[in-house]
Design a binder for this molecule. Sequence first.
Ligand code: DNO
Length: 399
Amino acid sequence: MAILMEEGMRWFGPADTVTLAELRQAGATGIFSALHEIPYGEPWPMDAIVARRDAIAAAGLTWRVVESVPVHESIKTRTGDYARHIENYRLTLERLGAAGIRIVVYNFMPVMDWVRTDLHHRLPDGAEALRYDPVKFAAFDLFALQRPGAERDFTPAQCAAARTFWDAQSTVARDAFIRQTLDLFPGVRLGLTFDDFRAMLARYREIDAATLKQNLQLFLRAVVPAAEAAGVRLAIHPDDPPFSVLGLPRIVSTAADLRDVVAMADSPANGICFCTGSLGVRADNDLAGIVREFGTRIHAVHLRSVQRDDDGSFFEAAHLEGSVDLPAVVHALLAEQRSRARTKDRAARLIFRPDHGHVILDDFKRPAPACPGYPLIGRLRALAELRGLQLGLAAARSD
Ligand code: DNO
């Protein structure tokens, strides 16, 4: 089997402004996609799964990874009709397995999938990147959402800076900032209002990290057997960013968390999506060490760097720049891939995709990407760099 990881790209479906033909020219062979049009919690119809798979195949590519099958909030909070939603999840896994799609990414982040405060952060070379600034997020939390107790989650200096930032914004700018923060669900606009959002947050009032972990364990106990039967491997995506936001518990932020997750169901079907951009926001996460520790439990890989700054902000650096040592990570991943090749576990060939990319060059002239972070040319650059990195590292091996 191949000694290199397969190259993948994310595609948001027929509504994506990037076409499959373009992703193929970028050199990817594996696609990460999802049926974003199916409402969260509903089972995915078999005919829609097959149609998506066949459309991808017709473009000369293979749908390798489902990213994601979203976990309904009722399952995370274990309230309301969570039992029906779990049953639906099992059904979707069965159908995906029957259609030959064997890796399913999901996350267990309460309420919000990921959080950024700047979607057009300009870098010195004119490229645009995504950024998280705790001061701006504090402004959202304190003055837009007006969450009781929010001031306890920020330092007095951050609260004061948030006030200055907020006061300087026009009403139009404030509205746009609020909309953008509420809308950041990859591939789908949930169109949440503040009231919806507050109601979602309220459901977590009694849920701390220990309870959320318990709910994850109960979910895994119910769905892992279905995944096993379907030949599907589940891959949990880490929290992005890997710390608590809006007072919500976050339980997939560190190596210790990942240890807990894999122990919840001792099965290859219970694995992780190793995302260096998410985990890399914490300087205490040893990314190459995580690869070595979780080895065979890694079912999908997102490669991306971040630049961490002293004020707690970070932005998405170019893939081979910033605070994340991607060469060291890819080195560790290639060792894992070689060991899989030795055991001839063909189903388990590692697949990575460049996670996000800068807006560069002709990206500025193209229609906006389906989701912030997913322009074509910026990701093409990232994939090309990562391809060179893995080929170079593989060629430089002396043993
Ligand atoms: C962001 C993505 C995540 C990821 C989900 C997986 O660009 O990496 O939103 O798709 O969290 O469930």
